[in-house]
Design a binder for this molecule. Structure first.
Ligand SMILES: [Zn+2]
Ligand SMILES: [Zn+2]
Length: 426
């Protein structure tokens, strides 16, 4: 091909991408629907693995759009498959759909008055993490994309995921179970995008980080064994309470003395300690449980290894024995650096360059991380705080509130990330 013609075509395509697919009319038409869906879902929240009505609403909507669906994935999950008019790669978009055992305190026309049972107790149920907005946004994206199949060079997989906050004890669930059930296969996903609304980021702003974005969460159980004796004669026994104190102290030095905190943050927290029955008895054993948060795989391995070594050797030094068992809860939410670089121009075009800002890592965890182990993924944060507000309440609290106006940017961002990614891979 003539070199000039080629340059011309390149300029034309890059010009088109710079402008985006021009879906303004579709976005205008969808905004009120997204708000209505959100209010309905907010008013009817359901706990993890029990999202029956929410799933039904999603399934009915996707069906009405002619999207092929699969229901009952990981209990209540819904997966939709939309094939574009042109062949190409597969993009997955994920929204979590579960609510929390929190009693809402907001005065809203669509306030939740729902109650349920959680761990044997009657609790209020509320979308106190904003997953209602994620669900409504993705329902909107599905509608916009289904009307624009001619612009889709490939396939879009919509993943509506249950139990992000964790399944009820004794049950499997969430992203991990969806992956186990094959959600990232058939067709195999090439890239996945997800977002989280944020009550402390202003509406119309996007925050993101390349690499380790949210922490891997692990739980640990430390069992200390000593020798029981009279409280007045400690020399006759081995004190597991004293050993526990030394272990807690030792564990904190792994963070403060051994972890390169200028690279990434790391946390060890002992959340519960249990030992003893009476003021004048040195008990036989003690148990501690806690959580570990890491943002880097090497740091995670090193920290785990050192915890086990330290627990065992400290106990030994004081004449007792101890074990440390560590279990994975959630992996690192790791944004693929190449994918972030590739897709950043899309976010900047949609939100405006000055409204897309970098952020520090978060020591909270997200099970979106399990999808990112299967395919490169990009998870970002969307503003949900009313402009001009000075006070906003954190996630998981009774006063947590998200402004409806924040969702529109979510619809645009997810739609255009999909179209741009698939166009690039054509
Ligand atoms: Zn949450
Ligand atoms: Zn959440």
């Amino acid at each position: 091909m003539n070199k000039l013609v080629l340059i011309g075509i390149c300029l034309l395509t890059s010009g088109l991408f710079a402008q985006g697919p021009n879906l303004e009319k579709d976005y205008e038409q969808i905004e009120n629907k997204v708000i209505e869906w959100r209010h309905d879902i907010h008013q009817n929240p359901e706990l993890g693995n029990r999202e029956f009505k929410t799933a039904e609403k999603i399934a009915n909507h996707l069906k009405s759009l002619g999207i092929e669906i699969q229901t009952g994935v990981a209990y209540t999950g819904v997966v939709g498959l939309l094939k574009g008019d042109n062949p190409g790669q597969v993009v997955a978009l994920r929204a979590d759909i579960d609510a929390l055992p929190v009693t809402e305190r907001n005065n809203l026309p669509y306030k939740s008055n729902v109650t349920s049972e959680f761990l044997g107790e009657k609790v209020g149920v509320m979308h106190a993490c904003g997953h209602d907005t994620h669900t409504a946004i993705l329902m909107g994206v599905a509608e916009v994309l289904s009307k624009n199949k001619d612009k889709i060079n490939g396939t879009v997989k919509f993943i509506f995921q249950p139990a992000e906050e964790g399944p009820p004890p004794g049950e499997e669930g969430g992203a991990l179970l969806m992956v186990k059930e094959g959600v990232m296969e058939n067709p195999k996903v090439d890239a996945i995008f997800g977002l989280h609304i944020n009550s402390q980021t202003p509406v119309n702003m996007i925050r993101y980080k390349s690499g380790g974005t949210m922490a891997a969460a692990q739980s640990f159980t430390i069992k200390v064994n000593g020798k029981q004796s009279h409280g007045s004669q400690p020399w006759g026994g081995v004190d597991p309470i004293l050993i526990s104190a030394k272990i807690i102290d030792g564990l904190q030095t792994i963070i403060s003395r051994e972890t390169e905190l200028t690279n990434e943050a790391a946390v060890i927290t002992v959340g519960k300690i249990k030992s003893g029955v009476r003021f004048n008895i040195i008990p036989e054993s003690a148990e501690m449980i806690g959580t570990i948060r890491t943002l880097d795989y090497d740091m995670k391995d090193k920290l785990n290894k050192r915890m086990i070594e330290m627990v065992e050797t400290i106990a030994k030094a004081y004449g007792g024995t101890a074990t440390c068992e560590i279990n994975d809860a959630t992996d690192i939410t790791y944004n693929d650096p190449a994918l972030v670089t590739q897709m950043l121009p899309t976010l900047e075009r949609v939100a405006g360059k000055e409204m897309v800002v970098t952020q520090k890592a978060i020591t909270g965890a997200e099970d979106f991380s399990y999808f990112q182990r299967e395919a490169p993924g990009f998870f970002f944060f969307l503003g949900g705080m009313t402009p001009g507000t000075t006070e906003s309440f954190p996630h998981h609290t009774p006063d947590f509130l998200i402004d409806d106006a924040g969702m529109q940017l979510g619809v645009k961002a997810m739609t255009e990330l999909t179209l741009d990614y698939l166009s690039a891979g054509k």
